[in-house]
Design a protein around this ligand. Structure first.
Ligand code: GLC
Length: 507
């Protein structure tokens, strides 16, 4: 129960397209799990709302009916289309599972969610997200539990603050709610390619949101609307918050972000220290901590066995754990991978799936060097723990990186990041300095292959000096990347959002 709050615990609702363990595709799903949990440990009443996709099992998660027959208006004038979509709201109560997520509401609609196995990738996704945004608000109008603040994640939920500030402006209940718009990745802005059709969302994003079945809904830039209408905008690291106000990283929204500069904040993500824990995680071959790093080699051997590589405690094991998309900067590795394999005895393990270009590159590399390269090209929840516990380094050469979680997850297990100095990587991976004996990883600046090779060679040379390497591992493992500080920073953001909202309502 509330630790610090004199009155009732502040109520926060996180709305997003994914949340672990119910539906997780990437880092967003992980943050939707771990941030509300961390806030609740500080005494908040933070909850979550997502759609109930086909894979979310009623019985497994013990989901109870919270509200049946919720009518969500579609705003359509065409008499051949439904005026309302009929939804239900289900509820998962926190504590039902071990390592439980926060209390979570699910918007149910047979056509748009329950029939769909995937989170993303349908032609009518714009309707699916509009329905979620509006469904959440219609639900809250009827709910006993009403949040003080709604946190909307990324473009999918960008029109929620838009609805709130326009059609629900006068609503008794909803008008009191402050909004935070969280940018986890500015690159994705809607279903269209914003590099070509920036101006499609007419009227500079000020026109009313089209009805669900109007083709103009497809052209709405949810990212822009979120930035325009929310009381506060936050992104997932201080460096990325600065970067997105520049042309290079701004994805054509840098001008708008600069205009709203006084409302833009950056709070670095944390990771869940109960889940990512080398002393207790069940997916390791052997537990260890910063003072028993010798035990770590059992995990290296297990990793090599699982990936079909020769077992060798001394091998320099380089790992990649990522969504294989352009963002992750693997283009830097492609032209130099062969040379690196030739010049060093490294073993390379790759875990993740994504674009065909990268998948086939790693498949070919594995065929050519079966004793040196092993690729596991699919998404896996559990295997990353073993990879981080067994590999010596993790490669993160991102082109841009809003926060990045893998560098923090890896460091928790003594796996040293080789990372590009951008976004959250710049905020978390302090470069190794041999003179002052400081630093947690190896950082490079320019987005080019030579810079990547320089960082990798620096790492490899130091790796061959086990005493020095161990010190880097210990520093990385002892640095605090838990949510503690960041969750407290979010708390301050919520207060600011409420204050701004309060002022604006009065005006
Ligand atoms: C997105 C970003 C990643 C961030 C994650 C969670 O996936 O690309 O950098 O860590 O969201 O905020």
């Amino acid at each position: 129960m509330p630790l610090f709050f004199k009155s009732a615990a502040p109520r926060i609702l996180f709305v997003g397209s994914e949340a672990a363990p119910f539906a997780k595709i990437g880092g967003l799903g992980e943050v939707m799990f771990s941030l509300p949990r961390a806030l609740n440990k500080l005494g908040y009443d933070a909850r979550i709302m997502i759609p109930r996709y086909a894979g979310i099992d009623l019985r497994k998660f013990n989901l109870e009916m919270e509200l049946e027959g919720l009518h969500v208006p579609t705003d359509i004038e065409d008499p051949n289309q439904p005026e309302n979509l009929i939804c239900n709201v289900r509820k998962y109560t926190s504590g039902t599972l071990a390592r439980s997520p926060a209390t979570t509401y699910f918007l149910e609609n047979f056509e748009y969610y329950e029939k769909r196995a995937n989170v993303y990738g349908y032609n009518d996704d714009s309707v699916r997200w509009a329905l979620l945004c509006r469904g959440v608000l219609e639900f809250l109008r009827r709910s006993k539990w009403v949040p003080d603040v709604i946190v909307s994640a990324d473009w999918q939920i960008g029109i929620l603050p838009n609805y709130l500030k326009t059609i629900y402006k006068e609503d008794q209940v909803l008008s009191k709610i402050a909004t935070v718009f969280s940018i986890h990745n500015l690159f994705y802005q809607g279903l269209f390619d914003h590099h070509f059709v920036n101006e499609m969302d007419d009227d500079d994003g000020k026109s009313s949101v089209p009805s669900f079945f109007d083709p103009r809904l497809l052209k709405i830039n949810g990212m822009r609307r979120g930035i325009m209408y929310a009381d506060i905008i936050n992104t997932v690291s201080p460096t990325y918050a600065r970067e997105i106000m520049t042309k290079e990283y701004g994805e054509l929204l840098d001008g708008l972000l600069r205009e709203r500069r006084s409302r833009v904040y950056g709070v670095i993500n944390g990771i869940d220290y109960e889940v990512f824990n080398p002393e207790t995680n069940p997916h390791l071959a052997k537990s260890f901590d910063a003072n028993s790093l010798k035990k770590r080699s059992a995990n290296k051997l297990e990793l090599q066995a699982r990936f079909g590589l020769p077992k060798d405690e001394k091998a320099f094991v380089v790992s990649i754990v990522a969504r294989l998309t352009e963002q992750k900067g693997l283009d830097l590795l492609l032209p130099v991978a062969e040379a690196l394999l030739k010049e060093t005895p490294m073993q390379l393990v790759v875990l993740g799936s994504g674009e065909a270009k990268y998948m086939s590159f790693f498949q070919d590399l594995e065929k050519k060097h079966p004793k040196r390269v092993a690729a596991h090209l699919s998404f896996d929840f559990d295997l990353p723990h073993l990879v981080y516990a067994g590999a010596d380094v993790v490669l993160i050469p991102s082109r841009f990186e809003p926060s990045g979680l893998s560098q923090m997850e890896a460091m928790r297990y003594g796996c040293i990041p080789i990372a590009r100095k951008t976004g959250g990587l710049a905020d978390t991976v302090e470069d190794y300095d041999p003179q002052n004996k400081t630093g947690l990883g190896f950082v490079f600046n320019s987005f080019d292959s030579i810079s990547l090779v320089v960082a990798m060679m620096r790492a490899y040379e130091i790796y061959r000096n086990p005493e020095v390497w161990q010190k880097i591992q210990q520093r990385a493992m002892n640095r605090d990347f838990s949510w503690k500080q960041s969750a407290a920073d979010y708390g301050k953001l919520f207060e600011t959002a409420k204050a701004i909202h309060g002022r604006e309502v009065k005006e």
